[in-house]
Design a protein around this ligand. Sequence first.
Ligand code: ADP
Length: 332
Amino acid sequence: MSQAQSVELAAVTKRYDNALAVDAISLKIKAGTYCCLLGPSGCGKSSTLRMIAGHEEVTDGDIVIGQRVVNNDTPAERGTAMMFQNYALFPHLSVAENVAFSLHMKGVARAERLARAATMLELVSMEDYAHRLPNQLSGGQQQRVALARALMTKPSVLLLDEPLSALDPFLRVRMRSELRRIQSELGITFIHVTHSQEEAMALADLMVVMNDGRIVQAAPPREIYNAPRTPFVARFIGGHNILEDGDRTITLRADDLAVLSDAGASDARRRATVSEIEYRGVDVRIGLETEAGESLTAVIGERAFFDQPLTPGAVVGVGWRTDAAHVLTLDR
Ligand code: ADP
């Protein structure tokens, strides 16, 4: 495999005609990082990825891979490879020939390219399927083949555009851990676009939250979960309550709210009515409407909830430790 490379975006902008899709974003991704670009549909993730790949021109700013500005390089010259959402395998070629296709283009002899494809198929646990045609494979298997094919060019940076979105939930979780394993085995840089916060949190060393063509926050997932920078980030990653507290806007994790059966308890900061109870197996989600008209969500461990079960309509107190409140910066 080739060496991992760092990727840097320096005030990168993308316009389509007059529409601003990516607005002067700057980001440094260290070599060997698993980076996820996360955000709602239309926020500019794919445009950013395609500009790194060289499939889309940069309107302004620089893309730097390793020490080199690559704005004018072809995709092949950049040392990147892209894995697409639809796997785009050649239907008439066997799995092995699909994986070896880039070597075929380079004129590598058949025996050698099949031998190299076999090694790559082993990496993605598909060595027993080398002779099949793509339509004889499940979606998850086709995706492994597409991954092997992208890795065949020995990229120093692998770009993945919503690679798991076509899979059913069970396979998605399995492939997610496969991706993580392969990335750490190869040690190369992965940049993975997703709109799923769960996927980004599970995979990323560096999670980049985008909104409206800009980067709102870039940090390790745990840092983002514990200290979302803005109300948008807190809402997007989920599991948070946003409240006005005096003249500040704060966020509180749903699992940091205490629901007190005595609404007048001295540690109650709000009085609220239980609006909803949702059983989720490992825990219970409680919807609360405060007297001030705020909607809050508390999450309580399953056993703790059933020690003192509540029902909708109950009037309760809601408390939290002072240090659980995290102050947000208002969105621009
Ligand atoms: P995401 O991947 O986050 O969904 P995209 O990068 O695909 O976002 O799109 C960002 C914005 O740019 C959207 O408003 C989208 O409609 C627009 N856009 C994307 N591709 C094109 C294109 N080829 N021509 C014109 N507008 C585009």
